[in-house]
Ligand binder design. Structure first.
Ligand code: SF4
Length: 366
């Protein structure tokens, strides 16, 4: 009975979405355009079949919320350069190993003999540093506000243990500046945002108020289950249809207005906003996080400075256009041909949360 009532609810939500979308299309002469701002939403929308069910009724764009996809070539190049030094171990998350830099990947660097390791998280790298005091352990940290407190907690642990051989290169990013940037670019017409529940758990729902107040757009903070996603899209279409610019928190079981004070305090202790390079987008002021100068001893960018590398060779990858909402993955000429999850050309196909990987796995034609 549980599964069948879930299915009925799902079908009911889907019917509601399609009906609202079609009314919107009749009034506006085009389908409504929504953007999800979270790699986990991208994957969940594809996996649940929702993206496919809504095709032709709602245009769902994947935004810049997959951390692997937006990590610039320069960060990969810098880590490879760091790994070349003597007595050093570079650690990062698994997905980062196959992301191309200007001329290679961390995986290729490991094959060349450099000590590059996959760890489950930054705390594992701290443990490695404690176990190998004679070796420099350098962690590449990526992610958004969801991950920044975890990175901060690892720095706190390294500080507490007085580990002089642990450092972190932080390539983590902030959601608000990139959303502002996309909206200021005015490249796409948007009717609302499906907002990231995990980021909002840390920042609080207030952090997204600017979308409604300054850009007149609605947003719904949603969970990750198919019913939550369908409910979020339905509510977003209701707000768009009413022309109501408001941020609705549909994930109130875990997201509060003010966020998680302990996580925000850890972030604030170790990091400060700084300019960041976004792959496929370019530099955006205050969109990154750097380790505060008082913790320079833990900052790999300070301890192991690397001069800027060569400009990346053109590959034909249109990942930047995908995450700016300009195209859907299958519009990239390489999609499913020379670029597949087995042989990815760009990060959107490498990442388990990338839009191209999601489309390849679940929504590919044929
Ligand atoms: Fe880049 Fe591959 Fe996606 Fe094309 S299909 S945009 S090459 S990741």
């Amino acid at each position: 009975p549980g599964a069948s009532s879930g299915r009925t609810l799902h079908e009911g939500l889907l019917k509601g979405i399609l009906s609202l979308a079609d009314t919107f299309a009749a009034e506006h002469g085009r389908e409504p355009v929504l953007m999800e701002v979270c790699g986990s939403h991208t994957m969940a929308l594809a996996k649940s079949g929702l993206r496919k069910s809504l095709q032709g009724h709602v245009r769902l764009l994947s935004g810049p919320g997959c951390p692997v996809c937006v990590t610039d070539q320069a960060d990969i190049d810098a880590m490879i350069a760091v790994a070349r030094g003597d007595n050093r171990t570079v650690c990062t998350f698994g997905d980062m190993m196959r992301v191309p830099g200007s001329s290679g990947t961390l995986l290729a660097a490991r094959a060349e003999g450099m000590d590059v390791r996959v760890v489950y998280g930054p705390m594992a790298a701290v443990e490695l540093a404690a176990a190998q005091p004679g070796r420099e352990i350098i962690f590449l940290g990526i992610g958004f506000e969801t991950t920044l407190p975890v990175l901060g907690a690892a720095l706190m642990e390294a500080e507490r243990r007085g580990l002089a051989n642990f450092s972190m290169r932080v390539s983590a990013k902030r959601v608000e500046p990139v959303l502002r940037h996309l909206l200021e670019l005015k490249e796409i017409q948007l009717d609302g945002f499906l907002l990231p529940g995990h980021v909002a758990m840390v920042t609080g729902s207030h952090a997204f108020g600017f979308l409604a107040e300054e850009y007149g757009l609605p947003g719904v903070i949603s969970g990750f289950e198919p019913l939550e996603l369908a409910g979020g899209i339905l509510r977003l279409l209701e707000l768009a249809a009413e022309g109501k610019a408001a941020i609705h928190n549909d994930y109130a079981s875990v997201v509060t207005a003010g966020g998680n004070p302990a996580a925000l305090a850890v972030m604030d202790r170790y990091f400060r906003p700084s300019a960041a390079l976004w792959r496929g987008i370019g530099p955006i002021a205050d969109s990154g996080m750097s380790i505060r100068p008082e913790f320079a001893g833990l900052d790999a960018a300070e301890r192991f400075p690397v001069p800027p590398g060569p400009a990346p060779k053109p590959t034909g990858c249109r990942c930047g256009d995908v995450i700016r909402g300009l195209i859907t993955p299958s519009r990239c000429g390489l999609f499913g041909r020379s670029c597949t999850p087995y042989q990815p050309v760009g990060p959107c196909m490498v990442s388990a949360e990338g839009a191209c990987a999601a489309e390849y796995a679940y929504s590919r034609e044929g």
